[in-house]
Ligand binder design. Structure first.
Ligand code: DGL
Length: 266
């Protein structure tokens, strides 16, 4: 089967997931959709995020995909219970991220979740973590300024560090050592976050957890690509075309080539 893997985010963030998956599954083709015309999702209502998500899932389905991945935590919160979309397997980041965090925390059982306002307001991580282990203690923090900093490329910068210091104060004081990066933009800020929280903090990232989840799905379903990877294609579609996005996307995906960006209408 040579159809591709459909994956979406509101903007650049999902590329942190796409990069990990593209490297982990070198025979697979991918079709990525970044909804940059409507970014950010993190300050929108669940109804609006779901409406956008459904439009994107329909678009990706029409691109001949065999798996759909929501590489956006804010969108994952409104598709939490769904395991398929019109017959196609649907993966979200919250459940595998919660499982991975519990393993990482071990006996400590204290986990911090960083996310957009929409993700934190939904308590999707806290609910999922507690359902998996009732003894877990969850500290949730909304970090609404992180996404614009990433989208503007303000990374490894004193301004970002100051913002991180403000958001992460409580986690730092309580010495919580397992932190879920509950937004796919945040791995871009990895080194800023480590600077504030300490090098020994365990950051749980959506790309890694999704790659394990996808591997499991392939193991169960016999839908892995059969080609040798030579014909693999990585398409990056966006709902608005800007030089700025192109530059940052190329930097973020390096060394994976992304080809020409495609502007699409949903
Ligand atoms: N990257 C997205 C997430 O994981 C959303 C960022 C946004 O659009 O606010 O939540």
């Amino acid at each position: 089967m040579n159809s591709s893997i459909g994956i979406f985010d509101s903007g650049l963030g999902g590329l942190t997931v796409l990069k990990v998956l593209a490297q982990k599954f070198p025979h697979e083709s991918f079709c990525y959709l970044g909804d940059i015309a409507r970014l950010p999702y993190g300050n929108k209502s669940p109804e609006t995020i779901r409406k956008y998500g459904l439009q994107i899932l329909k678009f990706l389905k029409a691109q001949n995909v065999k798996v759909l991945i929501i590489a956006c935590n804010s969108a994952s919160t409104v598709f939490l219970e769904e395991r398929e979309f019109e017959g196609i397997p649907l993966l979200n980041v919250i459940v595998p991220g919660s499982r991975a965090a519990l393993v990482a925390a071990g006996m400590d059982k204290r986990i911090a979740v960083l996310g957009t306002s929409a993700t934190i307001r939904s308590h999707a991580y806290a609910t999922t973590l507690k359902a998996l282990d009732s003894a877990v203690e969850v500290t949730e923090t909304a970090c609404p300024l992180f996404v614009p900093l990433v989208e503007e490329g303000v990374v490894e910068d004193p301004i970002t560090e100051l913002v991180a210091l403000r958001y992460l104060q409580k986690i730092k004081q309580q010495k919580i050592k397992t932190v879920i990066l509950g937004c796919t933009h945040y791995p871009v800020l990895r080194s800023d976050l480590r600077k504030v929280l300490g090098q020994d903090v365990q950051l749980v990232e959506s790309g890694e957890v999704l790659s394990a989840e996808l591997g499991q799905l392939f193991g169960n379903g016999g839908i892995e690509a059969s080609s040798d990877g030579h014909g693999r294609q990585i398409r990056v579609c966006i709902t608005d075309l800007t030089d700025h996005f192109e530059r940052l996307a190329t930097q973020l995906m390096d060394p994976e080539p992304i080809g020409r960006l495609e502007k699409v209408v949903l």
